[in-house]
Ligand binder design. Structure first.
Ligand code: 3PG
Length: 213
């Protein structure tokens, strides 16, 4: 079997569903139930941002949920890469694409979804071997028209736009040939998770799953 590159592994995960819920979890005790609701709704790929003290424990708990693929988001340092891997994360997401993060993820064999917006950033990430990128922050960086324009000179690069994606604008992104999925907090907002609104979260996951059409 030909070994997959980091980016191929990331793209395979991104292709599993049209939306990756971006999660901010304050209480790890709610994490397993949250993952169950999202997986049941058809969204198996989950990004837990490392922005709260509970994030690593949440990743650990969510990794036990059958059918789920739990990644660590907002990864900003080498140490976070290792802690995420140790907690059971199966991929990492970073808002940017630094050499430190890229090397750390390769050393840890953790598939990385690195962020890039401009043509130079995209080309730089591509020089490191990455052709599946997070386009962040999507809406304030030109949105779907910007991604459409990037597909002209850089048709071999695919994206997961994140930042400002809503049920209203998601389809405009998902209809582009260079968009594999979108990332967003709308399916399971910090408040919805804190309130334990599992039914609402599962309903929104189900609706998000249908977005690919
Ligand atoms: C984030 O940074 O939290 C993600 O990009 C999600 O952004 P959103 O809340 O606009 O969906």
């Amino acid at each position: 079997m030909i070994p997959q590159t980091q980016s191929e592994r990331t793209r395979a995960l991104c292709a599993l569903a049209p939306v990756i819920p971006v999660l901010v979890i304050d209480d790890a005790a709610r994490a397993e139930r949250l993952a169950e609701a999202l997986v049941a709704g058809g969204l198996p790929v989950l990004e837990v941002t490392l922005r709260t003290d509970a994030a690593l424990a949440a990743i650990k708990a969510m990794s036990r949920v059958s059918g789920g693929h739990v990644g660590a988001g907002t990864v900003l340092s080498r140490e976070q890469v290792y802690r995420a891997k140790e907690a059971g994360a199966s991929f990492a997401v970073s808002p940017g694409a630094t050499e430190t993060i890229i090397r750390a993820c390769e050393d840890a064999s953790l598939p990385l979804l690195p962020g890039a917006v401009t043509a130079s950033e995209v080309m730089q990430a591509n020089e490191y071997g990455y052709d599946m990128l997070k386009f962040f922050p999507a809406e304030t960086s030109g949105g779907a028209p910007a991604l459409k324009a990037l597909a002209g000179p850089l048709p071999h690069i695919t994206f997961c736009p994140t930042g400002g994606i809503t049920p209203q604008n998601a389809s405009a992104y998902l209809s582009l040939p260079n968009v594999i999925c979108v990332g967003s907090s709308w399916v399971a907002s910090q408040n919805a998770v804190a309130e334990g609104d599992w039914t609402g979260i599962e309903d929104r996951a189900r609706a998000a799953f249908q977005l690919r059409g």
